[in-house]
Write a protein that binds this ligand. Sequence first.
Ligand SMILES: Cc1cc2nc3c(=O)[nH]c(=O)nc-3n(C[C@H](O)[C@H](O)[C@H](O)COP(=O)(O)OP(=O)(O)OC[C@H]3O[C@@H](n4cnc5c(N)ncnc54)[C@H](O)[C@@H]3O)c2cc1C
Length: 416
Amino acid sequence: MPSQSSEGAEHDVIVIGGGPAGASAAGLLARQGIDVLLLEREKFPRYHIGESLITGCVGVLDELGIRERVENHGFIKKYGGSLVWGQDGRWTFTFVEGKPEFPHAYNVRRADFDALVLTRARELGAKVVEEAIVKEAIVEDDRVVGVRYHLRGGEEVESRAKLVVDASGQARVLGRSLTEVDWHEDLRNVAVWSYFQNGESLTGDEAGNIFIEHVPGGWFWYIPISDGTHSVGFVTAVEDATASGLELPKLFAAKIGESTHIKRMLESASQVSAFRSARDWSYACDRLTGPGWMLIGDAAAFVDPLFSTGVTLAMLSASAVAKAIPAVLDAPDLEASIFERYEKSYREFLGNIISFVRYFYNAGLDRAAYYEYAQALVDPGKLFFPRKDFVTLISGLNQLHPIFELELEGSGTPTG
Ligand SMILES: Cc1cc2nc3c(=O)[nH]c(=O)nc-3n(C[C@H](O)[C@H](O)[C@H](O)COP(=O)(O)OP(=O)(O)OC[C@H]3O[C@@H](n4cnc5c(N)ncnc54)[C@H](O)[C@@H]3O)c2cc1C
């Protein structure tokens, strides 16, 4: 017989997972006086891939009140990107071209960054329990009313809540049983990466930039993270990796040989960790909400890492549900309509990014074509220059999109 949570019988909200999505959602909800229990499987700090941030998450750092803390932590400031992609050879963009008020993001060690955000969630009043592994949702009359979890090595526990937010990343703890996944077959990729010291660093206006080089059959990322360490990864289609007949580390080495810039940049570098790899297959759950539950971050959808959008999507979706949930708690009758609004706006926002990633994967085009496609997606009225629209889109700062306006005036409820 499961015991009842020592954290109290019933909460307003349970959040599953303490990555950027879950920690941000829990912190932003707790800040509004909402009783939040966050259950995280691991003991932080824990390793995670996804080190290059874009400026779209900086506004959420402000909401959480930790921009200064992140700024002072010593993470590498990232002012833009340098790319070898398309017909124009090597080119760059800077975030300031999109929104001058957000001139830079950060390249981070995720163990440190994620721990910082989780600490903030605690400070803001969320009850955070680490090494708590959620097994399943408690469902009564088709409504999610809580979760069953166990503390590492301990007994099974039940906790109940008015709403459950799944932020468990690709584990998709709720999504696995409550939704179907739409896999994007054309973005069925795999990534292999490692860490290198004493690689060449970009300098001048490019210092701190992510460097991306397209090579036949895939692309490399080259990200400065700290202490002269670079994260270097190769992304390719699963079928190409299989057809090569090579194990992923050997494929990585072979593709370095085919690169122009990365090969040179790593000439004097030493590899300082074993290779890691991950399935890198984009998807979206067919439902992002249902009675008593919401999905955010990777638990809702995963977008190919080409534009480093993952952490920003995680934090923006967290910010959106932190606006939606207080309104639902105030007026439970409006749950379905408020959830529908979150789902619609988040899907549209995701859809633009996925559509652009797909277009960009055609590396045979020139920059003007990429810029114009970005404009067609996010600024069809052509209010801005196409290049500005491109930067705005890949910064996750598409200010023309309603995900930033999820204030719920239209639903007739006060915002929380
Ligand atoms: C190869 C690759 C490269 C990437 N590069 C970038 C990049 O450069 N920039 C970027 O922004 N993004 C990048 N991403 C994406 C990024 O890693 C994710 O989008 C981001 O981590 C999503 O945050 P999240 O909070 O939704 O999920 P996560 O960060 O995965 O957090 C989920 C949390 O839930 C916990 N959890 C899981 N199961 C349970 C359970 N049963 N009970 C309790 N807790 C549980 C996990 O321990 C974890 O802490 C990359 C991804 C890949 C695969």
